[in-house]
Design a protein around this ligand. Structure first.
Ligand code: UT7
Length: 333
């Protein structure tokens, strides 16, 4: 899908994020599985991650992140017209997590639904919301990436349990006023021939949880790490290049690349292939691990609130996840 111009430019008017209090360090994980801080840091860059409380669901984290984004945007919950939650760890299969968020916010006017595109979901949501606003259908949208991955991790599998964490990030999109920022270009892609690389095989209609299979941990994350790694590097590099070109920019124009926070080696490889120096690449995975759809949203909020990105900067968001899915956005902040 191209970014043919519509009637209105769309800007990001506010961002927010929420991370649960509980910290799980690499040393803590070494008491659960045969691993070490040295292995995890050298292979992934992750030092610790956050774990939601037992009674804290994705919608609770989403709501907290959303409130901060709304406050920064100066938008009342009652004025929100569209809520899209990107999650692969919904509160319930139905209704959508976005419905719980709508209720918690008191955003009574908003149409609310979820997007399931794994780690790419936040930028899928951004593309959909941008189109909805630029076409004139809605004036604003609240997009959220929220995940409670700790509820779907196999805590006996050292190849995956060290990677993931919980959290939420949000952004308010609305029509831009003259001179404000704009989402310049977006790109989304899918390769359904590679669903086998990264998935939660059980618990859905294909393999419902039964009394017989309940001990097999089928409703937990499975990943073929090495193969996923290669696709992640190639797809994110290509997708970032696509939006840079569509926005009429070159890599020299880019003040900050904010990538999906899955693995520092993936991020370094993309930066090198794009020719972007490391000081122009935003990384926070050492604190939170891979929070899937929330990761790029949390990173965007941190970059925004710490001043790592400034008004007028050209920035690139780029993500990759199960599906396989990938997506990018070029933004004038
Ligand atoms: O968010 C969606 C996208 N996700 C990604 O893009 C993740 C992509 N993949 C990765 O980040 C990496 O492949 C991993 C971090 C998951 C794994 O790193 P790797 O360098 O590909 O390691 P590997 O799977 O090839 O494993 C190397 C060795 C193996 O031992 P042998 O067979 O060489 O004896 C593993 O059994 O490391 C072993 N290993 C571990 N050792 C200590 C695997 N996990 C661990 C562990 N601690 N936690």
């Amino acid at each position: 899908m191209s970014d043919a111009p519509f009637a209105y430019d769309v800007c990001i008017a506010g961002t927010g994020s929420y991370l649960p209090e509980k910290v799980l360090t690499n040393a803590d994980l070494a008491t659960l599985v045969d691993t070490s801080d040295e292995w995890i840091v050298s292979r992934t860059g992750i030092k610790e991650r956050r774990i939601a409380a037992p009674d804290e669901a994705s919608s609770h984290m989403a709501t907290k992140a959303a409130l901060k984004a709304l406050e920064q945007a100066g938008l009342a919950a009652g004025e929100v017209e569209l809520i899209i939650v990107a999650t692969m760890t919904p509160d319930t299969f139905t209704p959508a997590t976005a419905c719980y968020v709508q209720q918690a916010l008191g955003a009574k006017q908003a149409v609310a639904f979820d997007i399931s595109a794994a780690c790419s979901g936040f930028l899928y949501a951004m593309k959909v919301a941008k189109r909805m606003i630029s076409s004139g259908a809605y004036q604003n949208a609240l997009i959220i990436g929220a995940e409670k991955l700790s509820a779907f991790v196999n805590w006996q599998d050292r190849t995956t349990c060290i990677l993931f964490g919980d959290g939420a990030g949000a952004a308010v999109l609305r029509r831009s006023a003259p001179g404000e920022g704009a989402i310049l270009a977006t790109d989304v892609g899918t390769d359904g021939s590679l669903t086998n690389l990264l998935n939660i095989p059980g618990g859905g209609s294909a393999k419902p949880t039964t009394a017989e299979n309940i001990g097999q941990n089928l409703a937990t994350l499975f990943m073929m790490g090495k193969e996923t790694f290669k696709h992640a590097v190639n797809r994110m590099k290509e997708s970032a290049e696509t939006v840079i070109a569509r926005a009429g920019l070159t890599t020299d124009d880019i003040a900050m690349v904010i990538p999906h926070q899955a693995n520092l080696r993936i991020i370094d490889a993309i930066a090198e292939r794009l020719g972007v120096p490391s000081e122009r690449v935003f990384v926070n995975l050492e604190k939170y691990g891979n929070t899937s759809a929330a990761a790029v949203a949390i990173a965007l909020d941190e970059a925004n609130r710490t001043g790592a990105i400034k008004r007028g900067d050209k920035i690139i968001l780029v993500v990759f996840g199960a599906g396989l899915t990938w997506a990018s956005a070029a933004i004038r902040w």
